[in-house]
Ligand binder design. Structure first.
Ligand SMILES: [Zn+2]
Length: 354
């Protein structure tokens, strides 16, 4: 059982009481939280109860800027989505203006203190660069060198910016309450992105991780050449929604109608598993999360896990891979809300630095 307990900032170092009620009997437990977010276990009648303690949060705004659609939201004090607005991603001017206008209107009502933007990439994350806050060399038409952060400057609040995969990777570690600190978040849809959080910090480095562009071994008999304009048959070029749809000779919007037993999903899993196995070997991630439009298909997880075990071939002697891979390669527990909530978390982080 998981419990989430929310306390005001000023009460952070006071004792917290948790009541567990089963069959009309209440049992009370007290403990002292030791940090902003903390994970505890309570042993209640032989059962482990996982308790996540978090301080009440300031109200912030968050944008998930995706290649196909954008979501913007305002948080409440628990960091949940209080109000939201969704639009299709069209041209940069129209998209960013619609998002700005919505936020500008809501600012009067909610007085949010910061904005987090989790964006598709590649993006410039170097604070001293002339193009900081821009989407840079994207294959997406019209969006090359778009100033995303600049479009929201008039809100006059601190703005945090990261990729739409790094931000969810960070949020997944927060949700784990300290149990795991090194995770990878993969998204598969119009592109394939990977976000990496190591020891609780997202990886930027030269640019930011671009694992979707790893080259990989072709599936036996797969004659599709790949559609990445830079590498042709990288993971993204082989398994983005257009690549899968092209093989089936349908439109990407029709992919949801393809049945689970179509062999295309095994082929997709084969390529995705190569990326996951590389992540296990290179980053030693404690958990891999997969999201995005194509990850809504549950059977994909079953197939990816099987291929990952085959590729690693018992070399990585970790129970997470050998015995519990069902809990190792998983969808986000927040489902599709992970994007906006992770943008809220970016905003909370920038407020801490102010
Ligand atoms: Zn590529």
């Amino acid at each position: 059982m998981f419990l989430s307990v929310c306390v005001p900032h000023e009460n952070l170092f006071n004792s917290i009481a948790v009541d567990i009620v089963t069959q009309n009997i209440t049992r009370s437990y007290d403990f002292l939280p030791q940090d902003r977010v903390k994970y505890y276990q309570i042993f209640d009648h032989g059962h482990v109860v996982h308790v996540i303690v978090m301080s009440k949060q300031l109200i912030v705004a968050g944008i998930e800027l995706g290649g196909t659609g954008c979501k913007v939201g305002i948080s409440n004090e628990k960091g949940e989505i209080e109000e939201r607005f969704t639009i299709e991603t069209i041209t940069p001017d129209k998209t960013l203006t619609l998002l700005y206008n919505w936020l500008s209107e809501k600012q009067k009502q909610y007085n949010f203190k910061a904005l987090g933007i989790a964006s598709f990439g590649p993006i410039d994350l170097h604070q001293n660069s002339d193009t900081y806050g821009y989407i840079t060399q994207t294959p997406k038409p019209h969006w090359q060198y778009t100033n995303v952060v600049g479009a929201f400057k008039k809100l006059n609040i601190p703005i945090a910016f990261d990729t739409d995969v790094n931000a969810p990777a960070m949020t997944e570690t927060r949700l784990a309450g300290g149990r795991i600190t090194t995770v990878v978040y993969i998204t598969i849809g119009t592109g394939v992105g990977i976000g990496v959080c190591v020891n609780g910090r997202s990886i930027h480095g030269l640019l930011h991780p671009e694992g979707g562009h790893l080259k990989c071994l072709k599936f036996p008999g797969d004659n599709y050449e790949g559609n990445c304009p830079f590498h042709q048959s990288c993971v993204e070029g082989l398994i983005n929604s257009k690549a899968i749809a092209d093989r089936l000779q349908i439109e990407p919007s029709k992919l949801s109608t393809v049945p689970d037993d179509n062999p295309i999903w095994n082929l997709q899993a084969y390529y995705l598993a190569q990326l996951c196995a590389a992540i296990v070997c290179l980053i030693s991630a404690e958990k891999i999360f997969i999201g995005g439009g194509l990850a809504k298909r549950t059977v994909l997880f079953t197939l990816v896990r099987k291929h990952v075990q085959q590729i690693l071939n018992n070399y990585i002697q970790a129970p997470e891979i050998i015995d519990h891979i069902d809990e190792y390669i998983v969808p986000s527990s927040l489902g599709e809300d992970i994007g906006v909530i992770s943008a809220f978390d970016l905003a909370q982080e920038v407020l801490k630095k102010e």
